[in-house]
Ligand binder design. Structure first.
Ligand SMILES: *Cc1c(COP(=O)(O)O)cnc(C)c1O
Ligand code: SF4
Length: 321
């Protein structure tokens, strides 16, 4: 950056969102009330995509007063992560796969997040002792073949820390596959730099699942960042949440899945929204979701179609819809 021009920053406060023209001054009281309860972050790359607070990008990331309205079916732990967590940072529901959540911080906070009660800027970085206990838990269970790093967003760890973690996991003899769930390349494509690439360049097959909900998130910068990952031989999978007014149409979903394929991302899961608190404005019925996917079948490549998945309440696990 030349002198005198400050680098754009992530917006975290309602006043900043108003100053940037993303919210109107009359939205301030509602946004402040939400900010007191849930984390907000709109990084420059995503802020630049917001034309209006009710467009598909604005809806996903700008605070809205309805977030404080709890619908009767909503829960603070919609998929029972807590109940299935034997030790801090581990969630173990399926015998052969374990989740490892090294941190609960994200580069952007989605207003519909199923872990919204847990994630935040000062949240959940595992201590060295907790990490050691997590490795020991995995090492003691030969039935675990795959470790899925999630959070929070593992790609915002320092490359040194993330690289160390991946190498510790690949040293466990029964670990065949590693996977990282992330939104970081979309929130900040520059995060995919040489240091991160070096950290991700491991022998154990590593898959990356990218969370994206609208074609406009897959910008040319994002495509370039993803290309660096596929050059390392990392297969990319796409995860999408079906969201009212964001992507609940054939045009929006079809456009997203085609944009993913062009970026070498294989659409993997379309998630039915989990009933986290204050997310009812995003609800789309399973019938509507099925109808959209049925319409898309035949219109777009079969390789573009994900599995439509419901994560059942109470830790019962995922089922196709
Ligand atoms: C979703 C999930 C996984 C991964 O499931 P896949 O179907 O393999 O993508 C693993 N563990 C838990 C607890 C999960 O919620
Ligand atoms: S990036 Fe993922 S974990 Fe973070 S707020 Fe969005 S949905 Fe939640």
């Amino acid at each position: 950056m030349p002198d005198g021009i400050s680098k754009p920053r992530t917006l975290r406060y309602p006043a900043e969102l108003i100053a940037a023209g993303l919210l109107a001054p009359e939205d301030r009281a509602g946004a402040e009330a939400v900010a007191a309860r849930y984390a907000i972050a709109v990084p420059p790359a995503l802020g630049a995509l917001i034309g209006h607070k009710n467009d598909p990008i604005g809806l996903q990331f700008l605070p809205h007063p309805d977030e404080l309205v709890l619908a009767p079916h909503e829960s603070t732990d919609p998929i029972a992560d807590e109940a299935l967590s034997p030790i801090p940072g581990i969630v173990h529901r399926y015998p052969d796969r374990a989740l490892l959540k090294p941190l609960l911080t994200c580069p952007v906070y989605c207003r519909f997040c199923f872990r919204r009660e847990q994630v935040g800027p000062d949240g959940g970085l595992l201590s060295e002792a907790e990490l050691a206990a997590a490795y020991a838990y995995i090492a003691a269970r030969p039935e675990i073949r795959e470790v899925i790093l999630t959070g929070g967003d593992p790609l915002i760890l320092s490359p040194r820390r993330l690289g160390e973690m991946l190498r510790r996991l690949q040293a466990i003899p029964h670990i065949e596959i590693l996977r990282i769930h992330t939104r970081a390349p979309i929130a900040d494509p520059a995060i995919v730099n040489d240091a991160l690439l070096a950290a991700l360049d491991i022998e154990t097959p590593l898959y990356i699942a990218l969370h994206a909900n609208h074609a406009s998130e897959i910008t040319p910068d994002v495509v370039r960042a993803l290309r660096k990952l596929t050059r390392l031989g990392i297969p990319l999978l796409g995860q999408t949440v079906l969201l009212a007014d964001v992507n609940d149409s054939e045009a929006a979903l079809g456009g997203l899945f085609r944009a993913m394929l062009r970026a070498r991302v294989k659409p993997y899961y379309l998630h039915q929204l989990d009933p986290a608190p204050g997310t009812a404005r995003f609800h789309v019925s399973p019938e509507r979701g099925r109808a959209i996917l049925n319409q898309l079948r035949g219109q777009i490549s079969g390789t573009a179609l994900p599995t439509y998945i419901l994560d059942r309440a109470g830790g019962l696990g995922k089922i196709p819809l």
